[in-house]
Design a protein. Structure first.
Length: 609
């Protein structure tokens, strides 16, 4: 959520800031602004709405300074408005600040500044207190003032600061919110994510938690919280800038849906040796380790949590270890049973999800071994874990996750299989059969994508339906949770997923003439029961769309429309059943005229609690 870009060098800063912010639009925002130097003064421009509003308002203004900071805001404190947008300044306008995250004790600081120092505030935000607090401590040394200010600040944040009296530097801080520095020749860059600066450099510093950074055009100095200079290896970005482009697709989301066969293939085959055995990179989990583990926690948020539900099933079935799958935002408040005999698996696309990161730290503090599944090398979850399983989805831009989800599913299946064969509870014959079938998933996913017209036609006929129900049994209900989430987050339709066996315990009261029900019926041993559930909702007037495996034609007698997925093992169907649900959600959102890649109120990486 939110975006930070900073530039210091010899070029005009404003175009670089605007271009960099455009690469962060996928993170979600409702306003944008910049602070740049001109004629020895800091000039701030900030506007509610899309980045184009900011760009249009400043295109004819000659902000020719070569140092500046830019921001896209996602409202937390104070409604979206010009006044609440970033950057924020002190009263004199000689200190400007941009901020991602939340200052939890801002009211205490604000009250103190008002009562003791007669400071007046212009906005409703927590962020404005930072500018006034730095101003209070400023005595000619911006770096020192920032250090003193952050000692008083509580919360999760990344900030960047410029000062009129020191027009040759930017000071930045990272605390639980992502921040990177890009390295150039006679210029340096600051950003909350790599795409913002990839046009200019591939060499970056990954800023660690509680570090303060001093940027000049000549160099970058990183300090820890004790003001000690830190050495840092350069991280070289290997992926191409083209990965952040639409490549002819109308939206990033549909591009990423179509990239799933490749992502699944890469995630799997990068870790299969010539004998077809899974090798988990540098992860060393021995039989002795597994014999000692008495429980596994899988903790994640949103789509990653839904992948965790599938992971729970896979680990319990293939490795025979009890698994608790929990929502990261709730995990720390349950006083979980975690000790040195616990394996904690964190799943996060970005590796920066704050709730997941906080849960990871709590589990680590209690002695658990941390294995993370992430898509971003060098992310916070990555760096703070004992073991890391990288998904190879590639850069995902659309807010609604698609290819990250199916590669996460591939990852948790591989982890479960590796644990099962290593522990000795999964036979080699069964192991080989599942690996062989898993290897067919890219091809079978492509078959579904090639038949996208079915989902598109269904969406064209149902996009005005304002209430949609998803249902399934066994693994299918876990898959349905993700299908329902996809639909609601990009089309704004009120959808919910319910275990089909629970219909009669309340939800069936909502089914009426014309209700749309998506029934996932891919589990052979539960197939007959699902047919009965389909008949239950049909009897109450529902229009039923079934997702079933090829060959199970009996469903056609009950459902109005059937979308078939290629036949596969029951255990692996969630990878395939996800794709028609993604396509349906996408085409419904397009038909409703929604902003598919940047749905309202949502952010790609949630870096606040």
């Amino acid at each position: 959520m939110c975006g930070i870009v900073g530039y210091i060098g010899d070029k005009k800063a404003t175009p670089i800031l605007i271009e960099g912010l455009s690469k962060l639009e996928y993170r979600g925002y409702d306003s944008a602004g910049v602070a740049v130097f001109k004629d020895s003064s800091i000039h701030v421009e900030k506007y509610k709405g899309r980045l184009s509003v900011l760009a249009d308002n400043i295109k004819n203004k000659n902000y020719n300074g070569s140092i500046g900071i830019g921001h896209t805001r996602w409202a937390t404190h104070g409604a979206p408005s010009d006044r609440n947008s970033h950057p924020h300044t002190n009263h004199a306008g000689n200190i400007a600040v941009i901020h991602n995250g939340i200052i939890e004790n801002y009211m205490k600081i604000k009250d103190w500044l008002i009562e003791e120092h007669n400071v007046s505030f212009r906005s409703e935000t927590d962020s404005e207190v930072i500018a006034h607090l730095i101003d209070y401590y400023y005595e000619g040394d911006l770096l020192d003032a920032v250090f003193k200010a952050i000692e008083k600040m509580e919360g999760a944040y990344a900030i960047a600061v410029v000062c009129k009296s020191e027009p040759d530097k930017i000071v930045a801080v990272r605390k639980d919110s992502p921040l990177i520095v890009g390295l150039g020749q006679g210029e340096n860059f600051l950003a909350s994510d790599i795409p913002a600066i990839l046009k200019h450099t591939r060499e970056v510093f990954l800023i660690e938690n509680d570090e303060v950074v001093l940027l000049t055009k000549e160099g970058v100095t990183i300090f820890n919280e004790l003001r000690q200079v830190q050495d840092r290896e350069i991280f070289s970005v290997t992926w191409d800038v083209e990965a952040a482009e639409k490549e002819g697709y109308e939206h990033f989301m549909i591009k990423e849906i179509n990239e799933q066969p490749r992502g699944i293939h890469e995630t799997l085959h990068r870790r299969l040796n010539q004998e077809g055995i899974i090798e988990l990179d540098g992860i060393k989990i021995t039989k002795e380790d597994l014999d000692r583990i008495n429980r596994v926690y899988i903790v994640a948020c949103g789509t990653a949590y839904h992948a965790g539900l599938i992971g729970k099933y896979a680990i319990e079935k293939f490795a025979q270890i009890p698994v608790i799958c929990d929502i990261a935002s709730e995990f720390r408040y349950r006083d979980p049973f975690i000790d040195e005999n616990t394996l904690f698996i964190a799943i996060s696309q970005s590796g920066e999800t704050l709730d997941t990161l906080a849960a990871l730290r709590e589990a680590k503090r209690r002695g658990a071994r941390i294995l993370s599944v992430v898509n971003v090398v060098g992310s916070s979850v990555d760096r703070e874990s004992h073991d890391v399983f990288y998904t190879w989805a590639g850069l995902e831009i659309a807010v609604a996750s698609t290819k990250a989800y199916t590669t996460q599913l591939t990852a948790v299946y591989m982890i479960a299989l590796h644990m099962g064969i290593t522990k000795g509870v999964l036979s080699r014959e069964r192991y080989d059969d599942i690996i062989s079938e898993l290897s067919t998933m890219p091809e079978k996913a492509q078959i579904i994508l090639d038949n996208y017209v079915i989902a598109q036609q269904l969406a064209d006929s149902q996009f005005n339906n304002e209430s949609v129900f998803f249902m399934g049994r066994g693994l299918d209900i876990d898959a349905a949770f993700e299908g329902s989430l996809k639909l609601k987050e990009i089309s704004y339709i009120n959808s919910c997923a319910v275990a089909a066996g629970e219909l009669k315990h309340g939800t069936i009261a909502l089914i009426e003439e014309g209700s749309l029900v998506l029934a996932i019926a891919t589990q052979d041993r539960l197939y007959e029961k699902m047919l009965s559930n389909i008949k239950e909702v049909k009897a109450r007037g529902a229009y039923v769309v079934a997702i079933a495996k090829e060959g199970n034609k009996e469903v056609e007698k009950s459902a109005d429309t059937v979308i078939y997925i290629p036949d596969t093992m029951d255990e692996l169907t969630p990878i395939l059943s996800a794709i028609p649900q993604q396509l349906f959600a996408y085409y419904v959102a397009v038909a409703r005229g929604c902003d598919v890649d940047k749905p309202r109120n949502l952010a790609k990486s949630v870096t606040v609690e």
